[in-house]
Design a protein around this ligand. Structure first.
Ligand SMILES: Cc1ncc(COP(=O)(O)O)c(C=O)c1O
Length: 330
């Protein structure tokens, strides 16, 4: 990062950013890419670029775009969202088809414009949307005249878990956003990837949304390093998450859906009598383990490149101690 060649990326002349964008596009088998500060901005710029105000997007009910982006689809792009319940984050083609508004719509309906898929599906536990389903939904989107976006914040976790090339996973989609932060380990940065025309339009909305950065090559250099060094090792995070999940499943009062242990996340439910999820999170923080409460009784654990085997054991020990504390005070 310190040695990165820099320019002004708002003018498109930062060589390190251009290198990263070209690499990202090539990696996903698309024409072009655009560096943005966050996964949220990647998604929001994609939504705005694919739609016009008054359009409707189709999203999975627990998707990040719907739940966790501050309602940006409505505030920034004037969109409504039609939610489809998935199973472990995976929507069925029949349900998606039923969510598409009738063409013409007697001018009553909003215009269904865009279908979004999240892979891996964060709130479902880091589950994978299988390639065949991504393709089926892509065909459906084409038939229905919808654009097709992948919220691939963790798409490399998905492709690693499926044992396929990232470009294969990206192929059915018109656009993809992926994060350099999270499992790839960068402090900042996401990429939006798609056709030349799409990225040209996205460039305008990135500026409008305040995401045009100047000497951003400092960040792009970290991104290039991450693409070179941190993709192949994601399977280690998956192995550790499985060890952690299996271990937590055997801690009394902890519940884990083992079939959802496919990538780098573990969602564990805890018995009410042990305490609340936020009490567990505070306990773990004291033991040096950072986690997130996702409901009153459920905690999310994520493995990543800073978590080693000893860290997994430390987590399991701290959870066992949490149960022991309860038993001692009961
Ligand atoms: C599926 C998904 N999409 C998008 C994002 C947004 O990324 P960022 O935090 O960089 O805005 C996240 C963040 O957790 C996510 O889980």
């Amino acid at each position: 990062m310190a040695r990165a060649a820099l320019g002004d990326d708002v003018f498109g002349d930062d060589p390190t950013v251009n290198l990263l964008q070209d690499r990202a596009a090539a990696l996903l088998g698309k024409d072009a890419a655009l560096l943005v500060p966050s996964g949220t901005m990647g998604n929001q710029v994609a939504l705005r670029s694919h739609t016009e105000p008054g359009d409707e997007i189709i999203v999975e009910s627990n998707s990040h775009i719907f739940l966790y982006e501050g309602g940006g689809f409505a505030a920034l792009s004037g969109l409504s969202a039609r939610c489809v319940d998935g199973t472990a984050g995976v929507m069925s083609p029949a349900d998606v088809r039923a969510a598409v508004r009738p063409p013409g719509g007697l001018s009553h309906y909003p215009n269904s414009a865009l279908l979004c898929v999240e892979n891996t599906a964060n709130r479902a536990g880091g589950t994978v949307v299988p390639l065949v389903r991504c393709r089926e939904l892509g065909l459906l989107a084409r038939e229905e005249g919808l654009a097709y976006h992948l919220d691939g914040a963790r798409m490399f976790n998905a492709s690693a878990a499926m044992g396929i090339e990232p470009a294969e996973l990206a192929a059915p989609f018109d656009s993809i956003s992926f994060c350099l932060s999270k499992g790839l380990g960068c402090p900042i940065g996401s990429l939006l990837v798609g056709s030349h025309e799409f990225i040209a339009r996205a460039h305008r909305f990135r500026k409008m949304f305040g995401g045009g950065m100047r000497q951003a090559g400092v960040l792009a250099a970290a991104g290039l390093y991450a693409l070179d060094h941190h993709i192949e090792r994601l399977v280690e995070d998956h192995r550790r998450a499985r060890v952690l999940g299996e271990g937590l499943a055997s801690v009394p009062g902890f519940y884990v859906e083992r079939e959802r242990l496919v990538t780098n996340m573990v969602y564990a439910g805890i018995d009410e009598e042990l305490g609340s999820a936020s009490e567990l999170v505070a306990w773990l923080a004291d033991a040096g383990v950072l986690t997130t409460a996702v409901s009153g009784s459920s905690v999310r654990f994520v493995t990543h490149l800073d978590v080693d085997d000893a860290g997994v054991q430390q987590t399991l020990d701290a959870c066992s101690d949490f149960v022991g504390r309860h038993r001692a005070s009961a």
